[in-house]
Design a protein around this ligand. Structure first.
Ligand code: 13P
Ligand code: SF4
Length: 306
């Protein structure tokens, strides 16, 4: 819920974005006040798709670095700006481009699937990109029974279970610290406390947590389930921003965090930093064209095959 000061800032942001023909895209983990002024809110896949559809001159991307980079790669002629340049997903740093290149050099016949939560330079070395929403389809469509996938080892495990293919994590232990914090004990405690509730989690959670959940999906797949299913009480195992969106948009249902998980990096974007970036058109995301061109192939392959 926004206070008076936030309301003033929101009004200024909306006026400015209209004057500048800008569009605001926000990830499901952004603070509610940012979600409220966004033209579109979504998961990584939806945001990548939306970024290709807009005819705005400026895209203000409220998320973390790899999401804005993906928008920049897909829109070389548009200005992409971010509220905070420090909003960087720590998981991306776990897969340097050199590691992808090394694995590819040693295994030229095995496709490398790169999770969108990665640097553009690493994507430039990989064969195809994926997100948590489409990883199963991407791995299924590849003409190989063995694939590499990184940087998230839990997502690799999820894809291996769902496809029956061998999905080798690179590195072997890449992880998201936010989703690592969900423990089996949280699931057991919540089951006891709320036997009438359904438990849904993100595929970045540990395998033991995924095994005990009723449903596993990307943030927007969880939102869709919350909206379209008959479940009245839902325990949600992902970052708190999504739960706030669910409560705002589906007030007739009950949403309980499996544990209150916060992504510090996502929360670096504020209304103030959004207004300043938009006003001065600062924090422009630009990539070397040579890197962008090669990364674009992996992202386009994902967008095209699905
Ligand atoms: P989604 O693509 O499911 O929204 O996930 C992005 C993310 O960063 C999860 O931690
Ligand atoms: Fe990265 Fe995890 Fe934050 Fe998602 S929740 S942006 S994977 S640190």
């Amino acid at each position: 819920m926004s206070n008076i000061c936030s309301k003033e800032l929101q009004k200024e942001i909306i006026k400015l974005k209209e004057n500048k023909n800008a569009v605001i895209l926000a990830h499901n983990y952004q603070i509610s006040e940012i979600q409220e002024v966004a033209d579109f809110i979504g998961d990584s896949l939806e945001l990548a798709r939306e970024a290709t559809k807009t005819d705005a001159d400026i895209i203000v991307f409220c998320g973390v670095d790899f999401m804005a980079e993906t928008a920049a790669i897909l829109n070389p002629d548009k200005k992409i700006i971010v509220p905070s340049i420090d909003a960087r997903c720590p998981m991306a740093a776990q897969l340097p481009a050199e590691l992808v290149r090394d694995v590819k050099t040693k295994n030229p016949d095995v496709p490398f699937v790169i999770y969108v939560n990665s640097y553009a330079s690493a994507k430039a070395e990989a064969d195809v990109c994926c997100t948590s929403a489409n990883v199963v389809k991407v791995v299924e469509r590849l003409d190989s029974d063995v694939v590499f996938l990184g940087p998230d080892a839990n997502l690799a495990w999820f894809a291996e279970c769902r496809t029956g293919k061998r999905v080798i994590p690179v590195p072997s232990n890449g992880f998201c610290y936010v989703h690592k914090a969900f423990k089996v004990e949280h699931v057991e405690e919540m089951r006891k406390k709320h036997p009438d509730a359904v438990i849904i989690v993100h595929p970045e959670c540990d395998p033991e947590v995924q095994k005990k959940a009723d449903y596993i999906g990307s943030t927007s797949q969880m939102l869709k389930l919350a909206r379209e299913s008959d479940y009245e009480k839902i325990i949600v195992g992902t970052e708190i921003g999504l739960i706030e969106r669910m409560r705002r948009e589906i007030p007739e249902k009950t949403f309980i965090p499996l544990y209150k998980a916060v992504c510090k990096e996502m929360k670096l974007n504020t209304l103030e930093s959004l207004l300043i970036a938009l006003k001065f058109e600062s924090n422009v995301v630009k990539l070397p064209e040579e890197v962008a061109e090669r990364a674009r192939k992996a992202i386009k392959r994902m967008v095209d095959i699905l």
